[in-house]
Write a protein that binds this ligand. Structure first.
Ligand SMILES: [Zn+2]
Length: 81
């Protein structure tokens, strides 16, 4: 199925070249960019919260954002945005 789709746009030698360069990281980044859990394929939700930090002796709040999959429980850093 994947090969048929790719062959519509490129020669078999190009398909081999493309897939040789393709890594699991590419797939994970692609999934996260589309708000899909790379592990199970379900939708990811953005969760935001504040964490207290100390900056030059004074307490300060840092905004933390993370992507969570409520299906498998995996979390991913939201640093793509
Ligand atoms: Zn998941």
């Amino acid at each position: 199925m994947l090969f048929e789709i790719l062959e519509e746009r490129m020669a078999p030698s190009e398909v081999v070249e493309l897939l040789n360069e393709f890594t699991k990281d590419d797939l994970e980044n692609y999934a996260i960019k589309n708000m899909i859990c790379p592990y199970c394929g379900n939708d990811l939700k953005i969760i935001n919260w504040q964490e207290e930090r100390e900056y030059q002796g004074r307490p300060t709040f840092e905004n933390i954002s993370e992507l969570v999959c409520y299906s498998c429980g995996n979390t991913y850093s939201n640093n793509i945005y």
